[in-house]
Ligand binder design. Structure first.
Ligand SMILES: C[S@@+](CC[C@H](N)C(=O)[O-])C[C@H]1O[C@@H](n2cnc3c(N)ncnc32)[C@H](O)[C@@H]1O
Length: 336
């Protein structure tokens, strides 16, 4: 679908003028907003997958985002019979540590869906894979393949990828692992959807994604809540990923995030005050973690003088940064 008509169609759905009827979607508890669900649905619908092409998702949880993609695929012109690969491959450990930071969320969402009986605990691990299977039991193998594994074991089967949905990597090193294994299989003109791009804990991801925006390898096409969707301008090579790694080690991430903020201030961003505000918070978090307290304090002063913290959402995000001492990494690592 040409970019203009895709954007028009996303806007139509976002405005609620034409709400998709996604059977089963509303029943699945999930972590993405309706506007993000619609974006995924529309992008998947706009792609005509050949029999050996697929969409890949990292981070599916109970399957809400997966269902949006599946519904998009079903309403697209993709070939769904006799496929050599499933149309959507999802990757997730579908588990977390019983005593880790994610378990309370998994339990709360399971409770919301009335599926607590499908959670299981063994050797300190809480598994929710049966919940994903429960919510996707009507989907056939031509359409969906479930890959239950930890990030380090996520590998690709060499088919061509037309869309990647990232809702798993929390920092650059995790993102790089997935890029190395999957990005060179993205066709020219593919979509990459970054969930939690406009997020106060995503500093290194923001920097890494922005480096490719700046170099022209990818172009942002739309934002929805914390999600950024981009289109690739050519095939991504191993050399591009090696170059990205070099830039990430040589350049100051704080400066890259400043440039990203400047870029997105000019771009049409969903609820700009909040979501561009999150980029400022991410930079403040990163500076603090890197012990650049001076710049961190300057960013905070800027947020106060621009009245950004009068938004209760940003004020809460700020409170969360303080609550976790401006660093979540040790806590996150308990789960995986
Ligand atoms: C934010 S949730 C995904 C939400 C989902 N897309 C939705 O629509 O509700 C992130 C998911 O990534 C998975 N995950 C995070 N880090 C992981 C890792 N290192 N290895 C495997 N899975 C991981 C978690 O198990 C979790 O299900």
């Amino acid at each position: 679908m040409p970019r203009k008509s895709l954007l028009k169609s996303i806007k139509k759905y976002i405005s609620g003028a034409d709400t998709p009827k996604l059977a089963g979607l509303n029943a699945i508890p999930g972590m993405i907003e309706p506007i993000e669900q619609k974006l995924l649905f529309e992008l998947a619908k706009s792609i005509t997958l050949k029999k050996d092409e697929k969409i890949v998702e990292f981070g599916s949880f109970f399957g809400k985002s997966s269902r949006c993609i599946i519904d998009g695929i079903i309403q697209s012109n993709s070939e769904l019979n006799g496929r050599s690969v499933s149309a959507l491959a999802v990757f997730d450990s579908f588990s977390c540590a019983v005593d880790g930071p994610f378990a309370p969320h998994a339990k709360e969402f399971a409770d919301k869906g009335g599926v607590t009986h499908l959670l299981s605990e063994s050797d300190g691990i809480l598994s929710f894979v049966e919940i994903f299977k429960h919510y996707s039991k009507d989907v056939d193998k031509n359409t969906l393949s479930i890959n239950q594994c930890e990030l380090m074991d996520m590998i690709h089967d060499h088919s061509t990828i037309r869309l990647i949905h990232f809702d798993l990597p929390k920092w650059y090193e995790e993102y790089r692992t997935l890029l190395n294994r999957f990005a060179p299989k993205l066709a020219n003109g593919s979509y990459i959807v970054y969930q939690d791009f406009f997020y106060h804990w995503s500093a290194t991801l923001i920097a890494a994604v922005y480096i490719w925006i700046e170099s022209g390898l990818i172009t942002p096409i739309s934002t929805a809540a914390s999600t950024l969707a981009v289109k690739t301008n050519r095939a991504i090579t191993d050399a591009d990923i090696a170059e990205l790694d070099l830039v990430m080690t040589q350049r100051n991430e704080e400066d890259i995030i400043d440039s990203a903020i400047h870029y997105f201030e000019q771009f049409e961003v969903d609820r700009k005050e909040i979501f561009v505000g999150r980029l400022h918070l991410a930079n403040m978090q990163h500076c603090f973690e890197k012990r650049n307290y001076k710049k961190s304090a300057e960013i905070m002063a800027g947020l106060i003088s621009s009245n950004a913290l009068s938004s209760s959402i940003l004020a809460n995000d700020f409170k969360e940064l303080i609550y976790y001492g401006f660093s979540m990494r040790t806590l996150y690592q308990l789960d995986h």
